[in-house]
Design a protein. Structure first.
Length: 92
């Protein structure tokens, strides 16, 4: 069993409303939110227009499957209208 947490910090330059912020990052939830092995959530900076933190928790049978899922998320993050400042994985 593999349990890990991916934390991603974003900078949203030129974002002036919470509605716009959530619109820019909505694709994460739309693309990965239905995966049964993954829980995805905005976890910090809820009321800040120009920064965001999202976390993805994965629980699956193998480390390779979990790492592949995190890599898919990292690749997709480059398509959203936000700058990825940093990301890191914690194995639990």
């Amino acid at each position: 069993m593999y349990l890990a947490l991916l934390t991603m910090n974003f900078k949203l330059t030129g974002c002036y409303s919470l509605k716009e912020k959530r619109s820019r990052l909505r694709g994460l939830k739309d693309k990965f939110g239905k995966n049964p092995n993954l829980a995805l959530s905005e976890s910090k900076f809820h009321d800040d227009h120009q920064q965001a933190q999202w976390q993805a928790a994965v629980l699956c049978e193998s480390k390779i499957t979990g790492q592949q899922l995190f890599e898919q998320i990292r690749q997709f993050v480059h398509t959203v209208d936000a700058e990825l400042i940093d990301s890191y994985v914690e194995v639990l």
